[in-house]
Design a protein around this ligand. Structure first.
Ligand code: BYC
Length: 472
């Protein structure tokens, strides 16, 4: 079904056929817009931004480009098309038709997962609120705004599910999604990484590379949900997510490129003297964002995850392509755990290890970007190599949270950790240096801040000097 843009809330869910739901969402809409004005991109309400807007959920319709003022962006409710023959692919309900309504016994479990997913979307917009002030170019400014708008739409997708399927509890949860705020000591966002700050563009690119990639894996698992409306929302969200990760991967790549060019040109490692970001600092930011994002996958051994799978609520990454029985009651899984303060390899029931399995898929995917970045470094003649730290490094959630572990996986005591932490994680001084590079936004079309290379291609094939954002 194509998207009906004549309605106050554009949608492809035939919203006008359900007046009660339509009214409830039309009540939520002004609250969302108030939140956007207070907590969304600062000072940018009147900018004309070259955004892509979805005009249908089909492959040829979701990327329609044009200038839009962000408060006029057509947020709405778009679900991927319905497969009437879809069955549940795993767990106790394997082979049964996917549910079009919420099964009573799964109500609170599903609501909780939808709320957790929904909570991350406005959280990231809040985290990125101030970035427009220091954008390294109009191209980058447009990209952060595009991402913010799409995260806003992902929030809409989850709020629709809450309103449509969870009655009064759902409506209350939808209100709460606008009341919790990133970093708020009284009403923080639900998951740790979404209460961290994104104060500078290096953090932003690392966040979109590592944390949005958690989004990819969580959404892909929820896209396997037996609750069909959730699966269909997540499938559509995943299409947009790809661009967010691209912004991260290419953003870090462009910083690496600029740093390497300067190192080569000036025959020095000390690019700070030249106003660029040195590779050891990049590695520290990478260590931080990777480890914080690993926490988002939850405990290594999780009865919650086992229950989600057994009940058919949340599957594995690309569940239907995996060759096994999709029930897992007699399967095992090998993973690292902690015993007597040491990291040991364990064989555990596969059902309890589903968070860790998903984390494995994620880590493998993260490594791909590093290969690209390292190629650029090697091509410039430097022998520096960016590395993913050990998965036990700097963890706050799960078994490794009780240990102090170096990036190469050595268990340390507290004193050893304290003595070396500054080499592995950004220090106050590193953060102050990176912040010092974030000058006033570069607003001349085709110009870029000194610490980042231009992109290799423009958005929607636009030329390098395209005016991606009109500021007045
Ligand atoms: N922080 O059994 P466990 C995205 C809690 S990102 C704080 O392992 P489970 C995006 C947990 O709630 C994707 N608390 O839990 C990216 C539980 O609490 P209770 C977001 C945490 O449920 C960029 C307890 O610890 N989507 O889309 O197996 C920009 C036991 O843990 C954390 C989702 O996450 C944490 N990191 O796994 C924009 C999908 N981790 O029960 C958007 C939905 C765990 O003891 N969520 N806890 O009170 C889930 O699938 C699961 O809730 C989790 C946790 C994977 C997050």
């Amino acid at each position: 079904m194509s998207i009906d843009y004549m309605q106050r809330i554009p949608n492809n869910v035939d919203l006008s056929s359900d007046r009660r739901l339509q009214r409830a969402l039309e009540n939520w809409q002004p609250r969302f817009l108030d939140w956007w004005k207070d907590m969304g991109p600062d000072g940018a309400l009147n900018y004309d931004v070259y955004l892509r807007t979805a005009i249908s959920a089909e492959a040829n319709g979701w990327a329609n480009f044009g200038y839009v003022k962000m408060p006029d962006y057509r947020w709405g409710i778009f679900l991927a098309g319905r497969d009437p023959n879809r069955t549940i692919a795993y767990g106790d309900n394997k082979g049964k038709p996917a549910w079009q309504e919420v099964p009573g016994e799964l109500r609170s479990t599903l609501r909780r997962l939808i709320v957790t997913q929904g909570d991350t979307e406005p959280a990231s917009v809040e985290q990125q609120r101030m970035l427009g002030k220091t954008a390294p170019s109009l191209y980058d400014l447009r990209n952060v705004f595009q991402i913010n708008c799409e995260e806003g739409r992902h929030l809409w997708a989850m709020v629709y599910l809450l309103h449509a399927y969870f009655g009064r509890d759902g409506r209350e949860e939808a209100e709460m999604l606008l009341e919790r705020h990133s970093g708020d000591p009284d009403k923080p966002r639900i998951l740790g990484a979404f209460n961290e700050k994104t104060p500078d563009w290096l953090s932003f690119f690392m966040f979109t590379y590592f944390t949005d990639r958690d989004g990819k894996y969580q959404l892909a698992s929820l896209a396997e949900s037996g609750f069909d409306p959730l699966a269909r929302s997540c499938r559509f969200m995943l299409i947009e997510e790809a661009h967010h990760m691209y912004v991260g991967e290419s953003g870090v790549q462009r910083i690496v490129q600029r740093t390497c060019d300067l190192m080569k040109e000036h025959k020095t490692q000390d690019v700070r003297a030249l106003g660029a970001i040195d590779l050891p600092t990049l590695q520290k930011y990478l260590n931080f964002h990777f480890s914080v994002s690993l926490d988002l996958f939850g405990q290594e051994a999780s009865s919650n995850a086992a229950n989600y799978f057994t009940m058919g609520v949340k599957g594995r990454y690309l569940e239907t392509r995996i060759e096994d029985d999709h029930v897992l009651t007699s399967s095992t899984f090998d993973m690292d755990g902690v015993e007597d303060g040491r990291i040991v390899r364990k064989t555990v029931p596969a059902l309890s290890a589903l968070n860790e399995r998903l984390r494995n898929d994620y880590v493998e995917d993260c490594a791909k970007g590093l290969r690209l970045w390292n190629k650029a470094i090697a091509d410039s003649g430097s022998d520096f190599e960016l590395k993913l730290p050990h998965r036990a490094f700097n963890r706050r959630i799960g078994a490794f949270a009780e240990l102090r572990v170096s990036p190469d996986g050595t268990v340390l005591n507290e004193a050893e950790w304290k003595a070396l932490e500054h080499k592995w994680l950004p220090t106050d001084e590193d953060r102050a240096y990176v912040t010092s590079l974030m000058g006033p936004a570069v607003t001349e079309p085709g110009k870029f801040a000194n610490w980042i290379a231009p992109p290799q291609r423009g958005i929607n094939n636009q030329p390098a000097n395209f005016e991606y954002v009109r500021l007045s």
